[in-house]
Write a protein of this length. Sequence first.
Length: 295
Amino acid sequence: MQAQGDLDDAERLWRKGREGGLLQLGPSHPATLVSTDCLASLLASRERLEEAEGLTREVWEGRQKTLGPMNQNTLMSAVSYATLLKARGAPAEAEPILRDALTAMRAEFGSRDVRVLEAINALGEAVHSLGNFQEAEQLFIEAYNSNVQVLGDEHDHTLRSLNNLAVALQARGNYKDAEIRFRTSLTLHTAKLGEMHQKTLTSVNNLASLLHDSGRLTEAEPLYRKGLTSRTKLLGPRHPDTLLSMSNLADLMRAKGYLEEAEKLFEEARDVSRRCMEKSMRRYSHARTTWVAFN
């Protein structure tokens, strides 16, 4: 049902399953927790992060009680919950949860297990958000190299690690190596998913950001414009990714001295962001680059 894009019906289905589980089986029953977990994942994919975070915490706490803290499903719930915390602007809360989960998962599954590699990526994103770029780079290197060996060059998890490594390299001022990885990420995403996929457009934005930061404004501008036009068409004018593209282009135009256009773009982005934030509790990042999501 979700694959067909009928997300409203899918949400109603999982809500009904959760409500039935709560009434008949109780909140900590494994079947109830599965319904709750599926509902939370769906809500997260629809950018309704506040409700998704609360439900994922319920799942994590329920599985700790019924399955134990070291159960593989409990550990993955911890990673999911911490990932949502990070996405909502609370990386300091997410970091200790991710560190504990990763330590347990390494001991339980080994360093090359795909669940462990997912946790490494999540921890890398959290510590990067906290400004620990050196540790983030090392985590992303580990995740990328292992993903290549386990899953291959073009797997979604590998491409995510490649993008994230490039983001960390850029943050540390290593523009040459970051550019190589961003261009590879863009090429692979385009070949695999097409030019109008959300992950491809993230790669477009991130390459433009790298060029922007390295002073190559003329090269960055057409990429920012392409990203904004495509994201508006694909995601709509109020999506956080669209607003990021708008802000990035405004910042670039200001740097190039086109102050009137820059101000119009900034004002539009601020107005839409304010309206969106009144309706949802998503906390927007001010970074020009973004992570590539799993979903």
